[in-house]
Design a protein around this ligand. Structure first.
Ligand code: FMN
Length: 201
């Protein structure tokens, strides 16, 4: 189906797992951060969100340590990668959970228990805006959950301190962004992708 506008953007939105080494310029980083600021946050508690732009390879290597440990758990790895078409990139021997992206935007949230779980919705709200803006700019991007989750699973590999976050913040979701090494193909949106019911029936 031919779409225009927002649905066309969604058809072009793909997860990119191979990047060229080319860095993002300052203007592009500014555009992505501006898009992030377009995101709604629960109860308008914008002060609970913090974004870290990581272009330092050494820091990314540190953040990858827990994910490398997790890959030793083959069952977890199978579950994570079995439905990913670009599995070779996700499971290759020299493993980089950031797929060589020149920049990773880490979205952190203030640890809180006022509204249990809202932190996950909030960080996705922010990261999704950057993912869509990256698509709009012709860049590749992919959410980064695994490496941050692995840091929570294996505290001995937790390198959160590398991010120099304000006190009381926890990194929950990242977005790796860069120039795609392979052109990203549009994908038709399948209308029956999710189960749906309607009331009244
Ligand atoms: C909440 C969330 C977390 C994700 N975390 C990762 C991740 O850590 N690593 C990764 O390679 N892809 C990650 N992805 C990307 C999904 O695997 C991808 O969106 C899915 O396979 C569909 O492919 P598509 O984005 O190309 O349509 C994540 C996606 C979401 C929505």
């Amino acid at each position: 189906m031919d779409h225009t506008g927002f649905l066309d953007l969604l058809e072009r939105r793909r997860s990119c797992r191979r990047f060229t080494p080319e860095k993002l310029d300052r203007e592009t980083i500014g555009r992505l951060l501006l898009a992030a600021c377009g995101a709604p946050v629960g109860s308008n508690r914008n002060e609970d969100i913090h974004i870290t732009v990581v272009e330092d390879r050494a820091v990314l290597d540190e953040l990858a340590a827990a994910m490398k440990r997790r890959r030793e758990d083959r069952e977890a790895l199978r579950l994570i990668t079995e439905k990913i078409p670009d599995r070779s990139a996700a499971a290759e021997d020299v493993f980089d959970p950031f797929y060589g992206a020149p920049a990773v935007f880490i979205v952190s949230h203030r640890v809180q228990d006022l509204q249990p779980g809202i932190e996950y919705a909030n960080v996705m709200s922010v990261a999704m805006m950057m993912h869509l803006e990256a698509t709009e700019l012709g860049l590749g991007s992919v959410f980064m959950w695994g490496s941050l989750e692995a840091m929570r699973m294996y505290p001995e590999y937790d390198r959160t301190s590398e991010l120099r976050l304000p006190e009381g913040f926890q990194p929950l979701l990242g977005l790796a962004v860069g120039h795609p090494a392979i052109p990203l193909e549009s994908k038709e949106i399948l209308p029956d992708k999710f189960g749906v019911n309607a009331l009244p029936e």
